[in-house]
Design a protein around this ligand. Sequence first.
Ligand SMILES: Nc1nc2c(ncn2[C@@H]2O[C@H](COP(=O)(O)OP(=O)(O)OP(=O)(O)O)[C@@H](O)[C@H]2O)c(=O)[nH]1
Ligand SMILES: [Mg+2]
Length: 312
Amino acid sequence: MKLLDRFLDGDRIALSRVITLLENDRNRRSAILDRLYPRSGNARRIGITGPPGSGKSTLTDRLTKQLRISGRTVGIIAVDPTSPFTGGALLGDRLRMQGSWDDPQVFLRSLADRSHTGGLSEATPHAMTALDAFGKDVIIVETVGVGQSTLDVSDVSDTTVVLLTPESGDSIQAMKAGLMEIADVLVVNKADREGADRFAAELRTIVDLGRWEEGWKPPVLSVSARDNTGMDGLYEKLDAHGDYLAGEGRLRRRRMRQGRSAIEKALGEMWRGRLTKLRDADCTMDRLSERVARREIHPLAAAGELMDELSV
Ligand SMILES: Nc1nc2c(ncn2[C@@H]2O[C@H](COP(=O)(O)OP(=O)(O)OP(=O)(O)O)[C@@H](O)[C@H]2O)c(=O)[nH]1
Ligand SMILES: [Mg+2]
């Protein structure tokens, strides 16, 4: 495949096209992944989630700049809920990412979440594989966290950052949405606004009550992504969590867990495909029985036709 050769040569346009294919062309998806998957696995994957408007893009932009200063290349996937009201989200993200937009070492891609459930689009893990195989050092996934989605940002991240704001409702709300469980790092953004300290203290109390993996209790940080305050603390915690994962095979175990759920999801999809075929086969059965009755086809040949139709 010529396209993949260009991709492996570091051609950004090829990268963009490959992601489009992975997103839209189910038939070629697996063949593309055959080439890319073995080359992936080296990037550090950071998920950033939180309610709409909590400042995820602003924070992603800051983090990206910081990573660039330390010489790391960055791939960003922003998952937009598909809705008539956020039709301008792509443009908005590009504007917000102004600082990094011209940097050839930063690749930003918006993916539509067609399921309307929030969380991730089905193509997200594949797009991440592409960025990873392309050689990006860090991949950031930005997504609106609403809980209850079929694919969670924590299913594809090494480190999940949950962003909340003083006005994003109370901490109970965040717990209900399942955001507390997936957080490796909790960030109270818009700390320039009133109530941030109180909210952060509340979150800390909840974290203290929870049960966490030994060696890592999610820290609660207050930042203002807009004013660029408190961000150094976040960079430190991200590094610390990276170090934590590197120890005692934790990253490997986490990725095995994620691998298992990815296989289960793929299996589910395949079964759904089969079931559709079975339904179609039922119609074919009606049609064939009629033809058998009319002596147009004998039963053995009809069974053979059905078998052909059923093989996936
Ligand atoms: N006061 C204040 N405003 C902020 C801060 N960070 C972001 N904002 C503003 O909050 C608004 C939303 O910021 P975004 O970064 O677009 O938030 P988002 O979470 O990416 O939004 P969606 O992707 O639409 O869910 C913008 O007007 C930002 O300027 C902050 O630290 N303080
Ligand atoms: Mg955003």
